[in-house]
Ligand binder design. Structure first.
Ligand SMILES: Nc1ncnc2c1ncn2[C@@H]1O[C@H](COP(=O)(O)OP(=O)(O)OP(=O)(O)O)[C@@H](O)[C@H]1O
Ligand SMILES: [Mg+2]
Length: 237
């Protein structure tokens, strides 16, 4: 059974629809890229999958032992986050919050998990540093370690490479790919269509037309061809 199955989902705010007819599923080991124009509802979809927002209509089913609070999330970058006044360790640990509910402390197991994920992301040496004094690439790796504390099954990444230089971008994609190879399913929103398609197994295109299918099906689809042409891409085999 799939980890997440979405059926006839319609999204919006204050009953005003911004996206509809969304159908897709994500299984263990999948790498789903969500593409589409600004304002097409990609971030809203992620918030809805996380249960932070109700859909207007439709269903989100979880399976394969996935709980709603067992999803790791790396939110879309904002300037406010960039200045967050906390240490690296505190930020990574806060990813464990869904495990301990509203308890105002972290268990030894949480601390071990945070250490393990900092090690995986190569940020252990930054542990005691202030988050806001670090580079964009370092900050994104910290947020990825944080997201990993909430899950071993599925990560939702909202534009994880936005604002990063080419080297930091490559490093971020490499880390995400490594996690995916270790069987963590990935749902990633990206405007970097060429790289997104280099890694994706599946594509969800949002907008006035909606497409969901494998990467190969997307590259052959009318919508995929048109979108790649508009962006000047299409070099992907
Ligand atoms: N809290 C909110 N209240 C009302 N409308 C909102 C809210 N958040 C987003 N919207 C609107 O919903 C639409 C979709 O926004 P969303 O952030 O999901 O788009 P997106 O596809 O992630 O865009 P981008 O590529 O720019 O990140 C936009 O028209 C936006 O103005
Ligand atoms: Mg967005």
């Amino acid at each position: 059974m799939a980890l997440i199955t979405v059926k006839e989902l319609s999204l919006g705010y204050d009953n005003i629809e911004i996206a509809n007819n969304i159908n897709f599923s994500v299984s263990q080991g999948d790498y789903l890229c969500i593409v589409g124009e600004n304002g097409s509802g990609k971030t809203t979809l992620m918030k809805t999958l996380l249960g932070l927002k109700d859909p207007l209509r439709g269903q989100i089913l979880t399976g394969d032992g996935l709980m709603k609070n067992g999803i790791g999330y790396l939110p879309q970058h904002t300037d406010v986050q960039k200045d967050f006044p906390a240490s690296v360790k505190e930020i990574v640990l806060s990813g464990c919050q869904s495990h301990c509910g509203f308890k105002p402390f972290y268990s030894r197991k949480d601390k071990e998990l945070a250490n393990e994920n900092m090690e995986k992301m190569g940020i252990t040496h930054l542990k005691g540093r202030s988050y806001r004094q670090l580079s964009g690439g370092q900050q994104q790796r910290i947020l990825l370690a944080r997201a990993l504390c909430a899950t071993r099954k599925i990560l939702l990444l909202d534009e994880p490479v936005s604002g990063l230089d080419p080297e930091a971008t490559y490093e971020m994609y490499r880390l995400i790919e490594k996690l995916n190879k270790e069987n963590v399913a990935v749902i990633m929103i990206s405007h970097d269509i060429d790289s997104a398609l280099a890694y994706a197994t599946h594509v969800l295109h949002m907008g006035s037309d909606v497409f969901f299918g494998t990467r190969a099906e997307y590259l052959e689809s009318r919508l995929g061809k048109r979108y790649l042409e508009t962006l000047g891409g299409g070099e992907i085999a």
